[in-house]
Design a protein around this ligand. Structure first.
Ligand SMILES: *Cc1c(COP(=O)(O)O)cnc(C)c1O
Length: 475
């Protein structure tokens, strides 16, 4: 019976000539389409031989052709979908490392587009016609915004720390407090980076207390650097004592040793007026006098992935000459996006309005309420009887290993599905298109409106509608 049925299968050419397929897949490479048709037909053939489609015989050749075309369209669309694609972040974690950290301002995105679509003066001095430096595009702005004497920008902050240690302390000792030997998301651990740089770690003090004298006593002829690491992703509270950067600078001066501060996040201005914890700004840290300061471009700064190094001119010059600098250099798109982001900072109110990270962190209650009500209303209409929707109060997090204790009051839309668990609904949404990430709490799926853009509301509602309609069970 199976072989009888096989005659009803169309040929590859028949499928390829089908008008529906031709029209829908106009922009797709032919080889991809041909391969998809072959795969679909092969799958059909096996199913027929295995007797898995007993009814198909009665449905006729036209039916099988149509089915093959439909499956081919699906297969091609599936394979053409990029592996890296947008996700709707409804977790309320503003700097979510697994979802790409900072979103860029419109001007930063435009700058990337401009520099990617045409030749540029990335390393060309247009005034003299001679070779220029890619860092020159960022130097003036960073100096103005932070008060630094000299700057260098590398691929990320981990690279910035590695380069600084390798340049200043290779084969020698670096003194760090035991309370600051942090790990930042999986692979960046201060002791490991230290080992990689060729510097030797000298731990001083205890987890909760490190006094200036602990550093003084550890200084030897082999000491190259005193390092302060901002414990940006956790807090030790209670019986604690941290030696401040100012104190370290004093110790460094009297021992003629450079002091470095790995700031991690790096805020360019104080947002405590908006309910965020008060953290020292980069300018304040620079003013305290360390010889080198490093921080990330895509954490609180809200720019592209980058590691910004500020410091004394002679030390920065030495870093520029380190061969490692070439290995961790930033590309032109990073320079473009970072320059555009830094320009937004020339005016504080402007920066808060234009840089998505700052806007989300400071979003007003009114706006969050409005967005929440609108989302709840749209979801109620879409869900019908399939889920209960209500508004809740809750908290967003800064994320990206920054301000771990900050709780930003926010508005959450809770979806309580009737026929399935909240976990099952989240799984379908995660696998959907666009993918949606929320927070599952007991029997509810929580969507925090702080990190959802207005333009994402409609696609989000459609994704939820689709997931609820798929009904129970995960494909
Ligand atoms: C995040 C962080 C780093 C690593 O920065 P990346 O830009 O992610 O490479 C290093 N040090 C501290 C203190 C950090 O918070």
């Amino acid at each position: 019976m199976g072989t009888e049925l096989l005659r009803m299968l169309p040929s590859v050419d028949e499928v390829l000539r089908d008008a529906r397929l031709v029209k829908e897949l106009e922009g797709q490479p032919r080889s991809v389409v041909v391969q998809a048709v072959r795969d679909v037909l092969e799958r059909e053939r096996r199913r027929l031989l295995a007797g898995l489609r007993p009814d198909d015989e009665n449905k006729g050749k036209e039916f099988i052709l149509e089915q093959t075309v439909r499956e081919t369209l699906c297969a091609v669309r599936q394979s053409a979908r990029p592996n890296l694609r947008p996700v709707i972040n409804a977790t309320g974690v503003v700097l979510h490392t697994n979802m790409g950290r900072a979103l860029l301002s419109e001007r930063a995105r435009q700058a990337i587009n401009d520099v990617a679509s045409s030749y540029s003066n990335i390393e060309l001095d247009l005034e003299s016609g001679r070779r220029g430096s890619r860092y020159a595009h960022l130097e003036g702005l960073l100096k103005t915004l932070t008060g630094a004497e000299a700057v260098l920008v590398v691929n990320n902050n981990a690279a910035a720390v590695l380069l600084a240690l390798s340049t200043l302390a290779r084969g020698r000792e670096v003194i760090v407090s035991r309370g600051q030997l942090v790990e930042i998301g999986g692979s960046f651990r201060v002791p490991d980076v230290m080992a990689q740089s060729g510097a030797r770690l000298v731990e001083v003090g205890t987890t909760n207390k490190t006094h200036p004298d602990d550093y003084r006593k550890a200084i030897s002829p082999d000491t190259a650097l005193l390092l302060h690491v901002h414990t940006s992703n956790y807090r030790i509270i209670g019986f604690t004592r941290e030696t401040t950067i100012s104190e370290l600078v004093e110790i460094g001066r009297s021992a003629s040793l450079p002091v470095m501060s790995d700031l991690g996040s790096g805020f360019l201005f104080d947002l405590s007026g908006y309910g965020l914890p008060s953290e020292p700004t980069v300018r304040e840290v620079v003013e305290a006098g360390p010889d080198v300061v490093t921080f990330s471009g895509d954490k609180l700064l809200g720019g592209p992935q980058a590691g910004i190094i500020l410091g004394r001119k002679d030390l920065i010059e030495r870093m520029k000459k380190n061969p490692l600098t070439r290995a961790v250099r930033i590309d032109k798109m990073t320079v473009a996006a970072l320059e555009a982001t830094l320009r937004e900072y020339l005016d504080q109110e402007w920066a808060i309005r234009e840089i998505p990270t700052l806007r989300m962190l400071t979003e007003s209650r009114d706006i969050l309420q409005q967005r929440g009500s609108r989302l709840a209303e749209l979801l109620r209409a879409a869900a019908g009887e399939k889920a209960e929707i209500c508004l809740e109060e809750g908290f967003s997090a800064v994320g990206g290993g920054a301000m771990p204790t900050a709780e930003l009051p926010s508005v959450l839309v809770a979806i309580r599905p009737v026929q399935e668990s909240a976990g099952e609904l989240q799984t379908k949404l995660r696998r959907g298109d666009p993918a949606v990430m929320g927070r599952v709490q007991e029997d509810k799926l929580l969507l925090d409106v702080r990190t959802i853009a207005d333009a994402e509301l409609q696609p989000l509602v459609e994704a939820v509608r689709g997931a609820l309609c798929e009904g129970k069970g995960i494909k």
